[in-house]
Design a binder for this molecule. Structure first.
Ligand SMILES: [Zn+2]
Length: 167
């Protein structure tokens, strides 16, 4: 909102300082704005709640839960990838795509890059750890089973070095 258009006016103030000043100066206007938003939002929520009540969800909630569980089960790899990437994106940013992750796992024949175990759930493992500036990018990622992933801490190098493939 105001932050974008006022960046030039901010000068030497940090965003937080400027934002506090702005709120002080525009207190009444912001309060008015907040009230309006609340009213609009209240209406909006009522409409949504009504629609939700009419939905056939309530006829058989268990069916919906079952469907959701099934969706998760059938796309577990996809959901796990989403969770991983969201986590790393928050930490350091990532440009790893789900396609790349799929290709990496395939290149390793769906086996752990450290111990070679197959048939275990594979996690995204950074060859250069994030804590040492490693990026979540295809060239720094290998698949690792959970035990290998857990064993490799920031302090200790991996017991078995990763068999890196050139992708
Ligand atoms: Zn392993």
């Amino acid at each position: 909102m105001y932050q974008k258009q006022d960046i030039a006016k901010r000068g030497t103030l940090t965003r937080a300082e400027y934002s506090r000043l702005y709120r002080l100066k525009n207190r009444s206007r912001l309060r008015e704005y907040g009230k309006q938003w609340e009213m609009l939002n209240h209406e909006h929520m009522l409409i949504r709640a009504r629609a939700w009540k009419q939905k056939d969800y309530w006829k058989d909630p268990e069916k919906y839960r079952r469907k959701r569980r099934e969706r998760y089960k059938n796309n577990r790899e996809h959901y796990l990838f989403k969770v991983h990437v969201r986590y790393y994106a928050k930490k350091a940013g990532t440009d790893l795509t789900e396609e790349q992750w799929g290709a990496i796992k395939k290149a390793y024949h769906f086996a752990c890059a450290y111990c070679g175990a197959k048939g275990l759930r594979l996690s995204i493992e950074h060859v250069v750890p994030v804590s040492r500036g490693g990026k979540t990018t295809a060239s720094n990622i290998v698949p690792a089973c959970m035990p290998c992933n857990a064993r490799k801490s920031d302090k200790e190098p991996p017991l078995i070095p990763a068999k890196r493939l050139l992708l």
